[in-house]
Design a protein. Structure first.
Length: 274
């Protein structure tokens, strides 16, 4: 088991006031003022006054609007600050004793998933914990890519990382970049955008194959195919997050498990990591 604890950077600026920020979230969610008012038990006129700065919302109203707009927890704190209130959600370091049970539970979970790969990442894909299945896939990766803080996206797409060993890299790379684009739109995270620009600029190895004919890929979801000691292993990625988080750190954690996509991968992993 490897573990790494990192901090996260603040995101949304608050200088422009809470009104424009709320309007931006409402437009991003494609919700009208009237629809938002009905959801939040308010009026379209009051929503308009808040967005234009003619009315200062209460702390309760800010939180209510943020909930109905599905604003991420970190950004809810930014909205409160912009409205002149204290942050509502704490941001507890993952190595804080208060999160011991959570951290130990996640480590037991990914360890229990062995021999299949599993890891825990934060909002910018920094690896916080990984099991032996993940460590096995890292065989042969240069040391400079394995130095903390280890980043899952950088490790996967770097031309000296896993990328040369992923036969369907063009498709898998496209999937990962689209995933990051959706998260950037949701979270407005500058660190995540910087990571996206970095990994999107990595050259694609000449060995990367293009898309195979549909009938030649009988998978139920796009697999990540990776070569390991002369074999091609296939995995389907599944990502889990915490429901109703009340802490910024917990809200931004994700547990990724790689499910074997074919019997040969299952058999090989069980023989390698009994």
């Amino acid at each position: 088991m490897t573990a790494l604890v990192t901090g996260t950077a603040p995101t949304a600026a608050t200088a422009q006031g809470v009104g424009p920020l709320l309007r931006a979230w409402r437009e991003r969610r494609r919700v009208s003022q009237l629809e938002l008012a009905l959801r939040a038990d308010s009026s379209a006129r009051h929503i308009s006054f808040i967005e234009t700065g003619r009315s200062r919302p209460s702390e309760e109203m800010v939180l209510r609007l943020a909930e109905h707009l599905d604003v991420p927890v970190r950004e809810r704190n930014a909205l409160l600050l912009a409205a002149g209130y204290a942050p509502h959600y704490p941001e507890t370091p993952l190595d804080d004793p208060a999160l011991d049970a959570l951290r130990e539970g996640m480590e037991r979970l990914i360890r229990g998933y062995e021999p299949y790969p599993a890891l825990v990442v934060d909002a910018t894909y920094q690896v916080l914990a990984a099991n032996r299945g993940i460590l096995m896939l890292m065989d042969g990766v240069p040391e400079h890519l394995l130095e903390p803080p280890l980043n899952a996206m950088r490790l996967t797409l770097h031309p000296q990382g896993l990328a040369p060993r992923i036969p369907n890299l063009r498709e898998w790379r496209g999937h990962l970049l689209e995933q990051m684009e959706r998260q950037i739109a949701l979270h407005r995270s500058e660190p995540l955008r910087a990571l996206y620009e970095e990994v999107a600029a990595y050259p694609v190895p000449d060995t990367a194959r293009g898309e195979e004919p549909a009938e030649a890929v009988p998978y139920f979801a796009l697999p990540m195919q990776i070569e390991h000691e002369g074999r091609t292993l296939s995995f389907i990625s599944s990502i889990s997050t915490f429901n109703t988080p009340m802490d910024v750190t917990v809200a931004e954690l994700a547990i990724e498990t790689l499910l074997p996509a074919d019997p040969a991968t299952v058999k090989y992993l069980h023989s390698l990591l009994p």
